[in-house]
Each structure stands twice: as C-alpha cells, then as structure tokens.
Design a protein around this ligand. Structure first.
Ligand SMILES: [Zn+2]
Length: 176
C-alpha cells in the first residue's frame, strides 16, 4: 500500500486519550488504542453549498479567498457548526460570505468530498440547496471569499472549480 502522507492513518498516530501509539482500522475508519481501549472515529463533517440563480438563470460562484483552492471558484457555503441545522448554516454562511439574506431553500442532494488541509485529509459531506436570496443587488465579498462571478452552467468550465464535490454539484445541475 502506498503511504498517503495526509491520510488520518498516517497523521493521527497517537491516542487522543492516553498518548500511546494507535492501530488504524481501515474498514471501520477509526483508530483503536490497544493500551487504554479508546476508539476514535473519523467521520464526514457536514457542510452546505448554495446554488443561487440570477434572474437570467446564471449561477453565482464565489471566488475563494483562502486555501485550499485559493482563487478558484466555489459555491457559497461552509461547514455546519456543532448543534446547528443545515438550513441555519445556509442562512448564516450566505450572510457571512455575501451579506445576503436567504428567503427560501430546497434540498438538491449530498456530495462527498475530501481535501487535505494543514497536512491532514478531511472528509466532508456537502449538502446542496437551491436558494433564493432577498436581493442580488448589494452583495459584498466577505469572510473567506474574495469575490463572486455569475456563470452559465451549461457552458461552465469545471476546471475553474476547486473542489471535487462542487464540480459534482455542477455536473448534477448540468444533467438535470
Ligand atoms: Zn489510549
């Protein structure tokens, strides 16, 4: 097996509880400590992605202002906080990133993703929603985005998009 330097099995080598070296159970995706019995599960973090359309049917893409994929396109959204609903995360993220108010949303589907950050691979499940916002007139690029662009989905070049799950959301919409 090729050793992936950012895989949790490579990076998370010590028990979170007692500090001794752990075994990684690849089948159940957890580390197991033979010393104290502690088990640590690697789970997908839940995140939301918003599909916001303009009046002429173009989709809003955020320009990423931070790594990973700085400068590349992304759908607006982000991680769901612990204890938060997906719908609330959608409203909060759109407000934080674009200064816009979500007035309605409908669920499209879920899209798994993985990416390396700070030397560790993270796993997410991105929940895509079609969203309506109060107005697209006074958007502000804030938080972790540096700008926004509208694109016609049918002609969208997927290479402009950073993450695999966002590419898959656009593919899903292109085939709708
Ligand atoms: Zn332990």
């Amino acid at each position: 097996m090729i050793k992936d330097p950012t895989h949790p099995r490579t990076v998370l080598r010590y028990c979170q509880k007692c500090g001794k070296e752990v075994q990684f159970d690849s089948q159940n995706f957890k580390s197991v400590c033979d010393h104290c019995g502690f088990q640590f599960y690697i789970n997908s973090a839940a995140a939301v992605a918003a599909v916001i359309e303009s009046d002429n049917g173009q989709v809003l893409f955020a320009v990423r202002g931070r790594e990973p994929f700085i400068g590349m396109l992304d759908l607006p959204g982000g991680f769901i906080d612990v204890g938060e609903t997906a719908e609330n995360a959608l409203m909060r993220e759109i407000n934080e990133e674009l200064g816009a108010n979500v007035t309605s949303s409908s669920y499209l589907g879920s899209f798994p993703n993985e990416y390396s950050y700070g030397g560790l691979t993270y796993y997410t499940l991105d929940l895509a929603y079609r969203c309506k916002v109060e107005s697209l007139d006074n958007l502000k690029a804030q938080d972790d985005i540096s700008g926004w662009e509208f694109h016609n989905l049918k002609e969208m070049d997927l290479e402009l998009i950073g993450s695999t799950s966002m590419k898959n959301i656009v593919r899903f919409l292109q085939n709708e």
